[in-house]
Write a protein that binds this ligand. Sequence first.
Ligand SMILES: *Cc1c(COP(=O)(O)O)cnc(C)c1O
Length: 410
Amino acid sequence: MDDSNFRAMAAEIEGLLGIDCTRHDGLGFGTRAVHGYGAVADGTGSINQPIYQTATFAHPGLHRSTGFAYSRCGNPTVLELEDTIAMLEGGCKALAFCSGMAAISCVVKQFSAGDVVLVSDDLYGGTHRLFQDVYAARYGIEFRSVDFSDLAAVDAACAEAAHTDGRLKAFFVETPTNPMMKVADLRALAERAHAHRALLIVDNTFLTSYFQRPLELGADLVVYSGTKYLCGHNDVICGFLVIRDEKLIERTFMDYMSEGDALSPFDAWLMLRSLKTLPLRLDAQQGNALALCEFLKTHPRVTNVLYVGDPDHPAFELSRRQASGFGAMISFYVDSPMRAERVLERVKVITFAESLGGVESLITYPCVQTHGSVPAEIRERLGITDTLLRLSVGIEDVTDLMNDLDQALR
Ligand SMILES: *Cc1c(COP(=O)(O)O)cnc(C)c1O
């Protein structure tokens, strides 16, 4: 599709070229999450957006269109989800993908061989694999690991990248990081990235727009694994890309529909349903996490607890400044590798499973599972050892979670 076609098509579909950011001004986050963006109406008064389970759309006549043509390029259920996500994040446009990795891949495709991207040293394992084994190994994009929680290290990495003749194109940041819970100062990073004409890209999976809005802090793009907190029920794999500047919409949309990574209408509908309870779920999960953090800190078999909501966490004050919540991810060290193994085998209420963010509490063993594809020496340097466990706190009764951890640790 050439540029004029894109413009013609986009003009037909409200929201395709960006949402009206003022549409629900004055309403709170919870109200907007419940009601959604609401641009695609079917005229029946249905409270919920229907599932438009269709591959294609009839044209009323030659050169006339309903605004929709083919569901890889645009579907009313998916568009309502995208508009709602963009509105909640404070962006002008969102794209919904069939996985978080597909969204991240779309972002990386904006770069070319020889370009340099600074990335968190403590990245989600799947992202690390996509960057190194696919885009570095086969497409020549260079990814340099940086500890974004250390601004002096960021400045040093930028100074080094200055020798690449303007090939420094972006910072790709997770905050808090997974599983080490390091926090990056997003405002300070936006200043530094923009001073080098680089983009600031933030993976906001852990906190979501309910607790943290990176675009308001200066980021250019936000990516998500929507599979985690945004979904919250461990029943959909999906991802999002949220864009701040309208100039970036066209190219990313081009890649999205050319490659065919769009989310299905049914999954989009499940996600719309999930978003309605996002604030309730996150408040409940965070409440449980705060209580479990206190419990774990005093447990005799636990040697260290990493939670950004812990006043002893080095970035507690920074978190309070740039986010309105701490989330519900806790990492903790136990006194031996054998203990870690036993906890995984003995938990009963908590489930030993990968993933995070859902209403069910899950526990994982990062060194083997989520970070198994990160080289051993990097894991060791970061502290992802064989005594580290990662807990995604759900909404169960907190005493049941405490009793379960206690019996598993003893
Ligand atoms: C899970 C996850 C991803 C990958 O998303 P999928 O939906 O599994 O493809 C990316 N980033 C973070 C921080 C994640 O936790």
